[in-house]
Design a protein around this ligand. Sequence first.
Ligand code: GLN
Ligand code: ZN
Length: 789
Amino acid sequence: MTISQQIPVATLGMPRIGRRRELKFALESYWSGKSSAADLLATAKALRAATWREQHDRGVSKIPSNDFSLYDHVLDTAAMVGAVPSRYAWKGGEVPLDIYFAMARGKQGETAGCGHAGHEHAVQGHHLTAMEMTKWFDTNYHYMVPELTDDQTFALLSTKPIDYFLEAKALGIHTRPVILGPVTFLKLAKSPAEGFNPMALLPRLLPVYEQLLRRLKLSGVDWVQIDEPALVLDLNPNERAAFEFAYGQLSKAAPELKIMLATYFGPLGDNHETAISLPLAGLHLDLVRAPEQLETVGRLAPKDLVLSLGLIDGRNVWRANLPAILDRIKPIVAGWPMDRVEIAPSCSMLHMPIDLRMETALDVDVSSWLAFAAQKTEELVVLAQALSEGREAAAGALKASAEAAAARATSTKVHDPLVEGRIASIDDAMKQRKSAFAQRSRVQAAALGLPPFPTTTIGSFPQTPEVRKARSAHVKGELSYVDYETFLKKETEAAIRWQEEIGLDVLVHGEFERNDMVQHFGEQLSGLAFTQHGWVQSYGSRYVRPPIIFGDVSRPNPMTVRWWQFAQSLTEKPVKGMLTGPVTILNWSFVRDDVPRSDACRQIALAIRDEVTDLERAGARMIQIDEAAFREGLPLRKSDWKVYLDWAVECFRLASTGVGDATQIHTHMCYSEFNEIIDAIAEMDADVISIETSRSKMELLDAFTSSKYPNEIGPGVYDIHSPRVPEVGEISDLVMLARERLSDGQLWVNPDCGLKTRKWEEVRPALVNMVAAACALREKVQAGGFPDS
Ligand code: GLN
Ligand code: ZN
C-alpha cells in the first residue's frame, strides 16, 4: 500500500507551554523586564518548531499551526480582527505586544515621568483593567472574553495564522492552520450594551475571515481547521442560522481552500442537521464524549464529506484500548472509502500534559495506564496504520495497548473491595442530617451562642513569601520536618491570637500547611497520583498539575484533625474545621474513565465524610466543606444539568451529614451564578453557606431570598481580589443590601473568599473594618434602630 492511501492523522492542537514550562518562564521574565520581547518571541518560535517537528517525526500528516498562542487563542482572535476595547487606547494597526498583554493582564498605571518607552497608552496613575476571563467550555482552561460594542468594526490586523504556516513551511513542514470560527468567537463574546447580542455583528466580522481565508490560500494552504465548539451547545434558531450564513459565505471566499470544521466537547445533538448541511470539506466529531455520533452523522452526512474521527480522549490522561476502539468503529467505517476518514483526538490536546516520559516518580503500573499528548499522538498513528494497512501492520502496539487495558481493569491498585463494598452499602440515612434545619439551627444557636451577624473568614490567611519559602525548603529537604512544623505552629498561633484580638467570632487556623486546596487532600488519599511535570495551562502563564484519580479512593488516616486540634487548643472561640468538598476535588482532577464520574465522586465523598466525623469526634463544632468548583462542573447542555446536580448534591450530603445536629456544617462557593441552581444549593442543606457577592453589590444574592433559601448565609462583603481595603461604611452598606433580601437571623459577615493571595497589610485593616461594621449593625439592631427586614 502506498503512502497516499494512509489514513491521515490530525492532532487538532498541541500544548503550547513546553515540556519544562519554557513559555511561562519566558513570559514572566519579559513581564518583569528581565528579558526583551525578542527573547520571548525567540523562545516561542523554538517551542513551535519543536512541536511541529515532533509531530512530523511521529507520522502526523495534518499538523496544526496557529494552535500556539503567547497567552490565549481567543485573545489572539480578538486582536487579529481588531476587537480591542477602547480603554487600551489602541491606535489601529497590528495590536502591539504591550497592548495585547494589557488586555490579558491589565496594567498598573505608571506615574507621569516614569519613562518607560512603549507604555504611553497606560492611563496615567490609574489601573488599566484586564479583559474578563472565563472558563473555556467545561475545561479548566480560561479564555479572555471578547468585548464587543454595537458599533464595533473589524479589520484583519494580524497575519499570525499565515506567518506560522510559512514559519513551518520554512522548516519543511506543511501544516493545517487552525483558527477559531467566527460563530463561536461571537458566541463567547460579551457586550457592555444592555440587550445587544454580539451575534448581530456576524455580517461585519465575516469579511475579515473571508480575507484571511483568501490570504491563507494564496500562501499555499490547502486545508484549514476552523474550530466551532459552539456547535455542541444549546443553540437557538438564530444561532443555527448564523452557522449557515457564515459557512455559506466562507466556502465561497476561497473555493479551493478546504475547511475542516472542528466540533468538540460533546455531541452535536440537535445541531447535527445544521452541521452536516454546511458546505464543508470536512467535519470533526468528538467520538469520546459522544461515540454514538459516528453512526448517525456517518449515515446522514454527504458522502464526499471527510469525517475526522475524534477517537482518542483529548480531555483525559488515560491510555486508550486501541483494539477495542477498532472493534467499535469497524462495522461502521468498513464500507467507507479511505479518503473519507481522518484519525484525531476528541479535541485539541491543549488540555493534556505534554509527555509521560518526563515522569520518573510515578508508580510504574499507574504510568503504564497513562498517555499524555506525545503518547496520544503515537496512539493516533497506530490507529490510522491499523485502519489503513490492517491490524497486523501494528500488531505489537495493539497488543501492548490491550494488555495495559486488561491489567488496569483487574489491578488491585485500582479496585479496593472495601471501598466498593462501602459504596454498595450507601443508604438514604447516610444522605441526610438527623433533623431538619429549623431544629438543628435551634440546637446550634444554643450550643454556639454566637451574636447576630457573626463574623468569620473563609479559611486561608496570607501565604506570605516566608510561608512559601519554608514549604519549598521542606519539600527540598533543606528544612527538617520538626523545624517546618515549628514554623507552621508559630504562624497558626499568631493567626489565632490576632483573630481573637480583633474580635472575630468564628476563627480559622489559616491553612499555612496547605500547598493547594485540592492537592493537600489528594496527597493524603489513596487512589490519587501526582505528576512532577504534568502541567496544563489554566490561563496565560498560570499552569496547574491536576491530580490523577486512578483508583478507588479512601482515606487511610485523618488529614486535618491535628492542625485543627492545635488551633482549637489555643482559643475558647470556635475554630472551623476546613475541608475541600468531593465535587471540587473531582472537578479539579483528571478522573478515571472506567467508572462513572458520579461513582468516583461518591468515593471521595465517603473519604471526606470520614474526616468530617473525625473532626466532630475531636471536638470541632463547625466544619466547613468548600465546594469552589460545584457550579463549574455543570454540563454544557441544560438537559444534562439535573443528572449532574442530583449526584453532586448527593455527594456533598454524603460528605457532610454524618454529624450530630449540634455540629454546624459550612460550605463555601466562589463566584457563581446561583439563579438557575438555587434549588440544588438549598438541597445541599449546609447550615451556613458563604459566597462571593461584594463585586456584584449583592446582586448575586437575588437567588437567595429567604423563601428559596432558608439556611444561613454569609454573602461576601470584602472583595479579596483587590488590594484595596474596604471602609467600615462600605461594608455596612453591603450588609444593609443583603438585609433587603434576607432576614437578620440568616446573615453572617465574611469576606468573599480565602485570603491566601493577599498581604497581611491589606488583610489586617480590612478585617478590623469588617468586625467594626458587624458590631455597629448589632448595636443598631439591638437598639431597635432598624425596622424588621
Ligand atoms: N478554604 C479555602 C481558602 O480559604 C477556600 C478557597 C476557595 O474556595 N477558593 O483558601
Ligand atoms: Zn472562594
